[in-house]
Design a protein around this ligand. Structure first.
Ligand code: SF4
Length: 391
């Protein structure tokens, strides 16, 4: 009998409160946990029996027979924002912010932006979604524009996707309120403040939200889940995932992977590892985190990337921290896995403190880092590890 884990925290905010108990049998789509403060509903993505509920997960023994073509629908409502809330939709691009809260704001002179940047290298599932389901994307944008009262909608895509941009432009040709914007081919093009700067020519202060200047931004897959909630009453129980790296079939997109599916299932489905292989990264190469074969897919897991084995490094390492890239904790973990000692850490000089958190003042307009590197060297660093790919 196969056991899977459904994490109670798949979003920004506190872990959800389970409303099922050990021994309960659940159907696919059944509500299993509710927000405990900021958060979003969690539904069963498999039919099965609950065998344990702890502070972190609901543990399910899944039924041998599964019908992934069906699910228990969410409570029907005429209110689209309520449908998004009932469905438990959160930012599927990785942020995990509850989507109904984003959509509950009104921007009558603003713009709703579909974030199709596919910011992280190696991930391709959002581009596939746009290529194959333009009509669904356009319907989703219209729903979001209606909910936020935005008079204008923009699909933001990196300029390198020329064929896709041509198709999107053709599709919005007869839609006077919709447009397509070409983002630069850099990291972090998908950062919300960078998108606002590009699309609206407004520079948000670090810590300032897009809504403060009349923008609401949702990732392309989030918009797909919004359409499913409104049109099909479907809860957010499946996730699109790119699997790549040291696996037999690179750049494989799995559409609608049931949440809770262990990572190893996806790796097996692409023919297994290319040996030798190293760690499994959940998410993108820049902001992903280390996982393992039993790590469950969640609402925010965009990628399963199998890395090469860590090269060994005996020199002393200095960390150059970028807000949008690998965190100091993640880089320290990588350095330690390489056998290296971290002797110093410095933030990019564009990072400023806002409410106790360091934010980038101008994402994507990256300065030279010579001074910072010199400072790291003065502190004993022999090599530098950077969390940004821009400089
Ligand atoms: S300016 Fe600095 S903190 Fe901001 S994206 Fe560039 S490297 Fe990262």
């Amino acid at each position: 009998m196969t056991q899977i884990l459904i994490p109670l925290k798949q979003h920004v905010g506190a872990p959800c409160k389970a409303i099922v108990n050990a021994g309960d049998h659940v159907q696919r789509g059944q509500l299993m946990a509710e927000p405990n403060g900021l958060g979003a509903n969690i539904h069963a993505s498999f039919a099965g029996r609950v065998i344990d509920v702890d502070g972190d997960n609901i543990v399910l023994t899944i039924d041998e027979e599964q019908d992934f073509s069906t699910y228990l629908p969410i409570i029907e409502t005429d209110n689209p924002i309520k449908a998004v809330e009932n469905a438990g939709i959160v930012g599927a691009g990785g942020a995990g912010f509850p989507t109904f809260l984003k959509l509950a704001c009104e921007i009558p002179e603003g713009v709703f932006i579909a974030n199709g940047a596919e910011c992280e290298a190696l991930l391709v599932h959002n581009v596939k979604q746009m290529n194959e389901h333009i009509d669904q994307l356009i319907r989703g944008m219209k729903y979001c524009m209606e909910m936020t009262k935005a008079p204008k909608g923009v699909i933001a895509v990196k300029g390198k996707h020329r064929a896709l941009i041509t198709r999107l432009l053709k599709a919005v040709d007869s839609e006077p309120t919709l447009d397509v914007y070409q983002l630069p081919d850099i990291y972090p093009a998908g950062d919300e403040r960078m998108i606002v700067r590009e699309v609206m020519d407004i520079v948000l202060e670090p810590g300032q939200l897009p809504t403060e200047v009349g923008a609401v931004i949702d990732n392309v897959e989030t918009i797909k889940r919004i359409v499913e909630a409104i049109e099909d009453h479907k809860p957010f129980i499946d996730k699109d995932v790119t699997v790549s790296g040291r696996v037999k079939q690179k750049e494989t997109v799995f559409v609608d992977v049931p949440i809770g599916t262990p990572v190893k299932t996806l790796i097996n489905n692409v023919g297994g590892y290319v040996e030798p292989h190293g760690e499994i990264v959940i998410g993108g190469p820049m902001t992903g985190r280390s996982g393992d074969e039993i790590t469950p897919i969640t609402k925010t897991s965009g990628g399963v990337l199998v890395a090469m084995p860590f090269p060994q490094e005996s020199r002393k390492v200095g960390l150059l921290i970028c807000e949008c890239g690998g965190s100091a904790e993640r880089m320290t973990e990588i350095a330690n896995n390489m056998g290296a000692e971290v002797v110093a850490a410095e933030r990019c000089k564009r990072m400023v403190e806002v409410n106790g958190r360091y934010r980038c003042a101008l994402p994507g307009i990256c300065p030279g880092q010579a001074q910072t590197v010199l400072s790291l060297k003065k502190q004993g660093a022999e090599v530098v590890m950077t969390g940004s790919c821009s400089d």
